[in-house]
Design a protein around this ligand. Sequence first.
Ligand SMILES: [Zn+2]
Length: 234
Amino acid sequence: MAVDFDQLLVLQECDRRIRQIAKHQRDVPLRQASIRERLDSHEKALHDAQENHKKHMLKVKELEGEIEGQKQKIAKHRQQQMSVKSNDDYRALDREVATTQKAIRLLEDRELLVMEEMEQLGVLVQSRKVELGKEAEEVRLELARLDELLEEIGEQVEGLKEERKTLIEGIDPAVLSRYERIMNHLGSDAIVGVQGGACEGCNMRLPPQLVHDARKKDALTLCNYCGRILYSSG
Ligand SMILES: [Zn+2]
């Protein structure tokens, strides 16, 4: 029985389009995932800045507590001074007060530094929020656009599958099954031409007998190197 290569080649063209479009179909979710990752990294940047800001706030509170403790210590020393009997004891307490005041100044210097950093972090948090807001909007639009694309692709695939059903009608089941096995195995065209005595699929030079068989088109002739179906237009 003669092999209808015209019909097979039309089918092959349809399968090629299905493969191309299926690749897009697989790519879209990957693109969406990488877009979501971009948003995640913005969210993380904001979260980090907020956490750092919070840490600074707690540090300020902690320093204020320490300063308050030191001030109470001074008040206690002053109180003690009212009841001491000797000048030496009085002066000893004065020295204690002076040391505590020095400690307070150091704590206040540190507090000021932490507050300055906190202020800068506050500005950073605000700008990160603005960035995230912009990014989130862009991401939302991009994801929606890709969802639409995915839907379109799905429709195209369905259309091509319907078209394929019509195209395989009347093809010898044995020929069709051989064709599909080769195509699925290689993930590419199953039918290739013979050009200058060589297989166009793998570019290997074919034995003259195979070239001759391929020309007859009365049965499937397979390349003995890559296993593809050989087609000779001559
Ligand atoms: Zn070959």
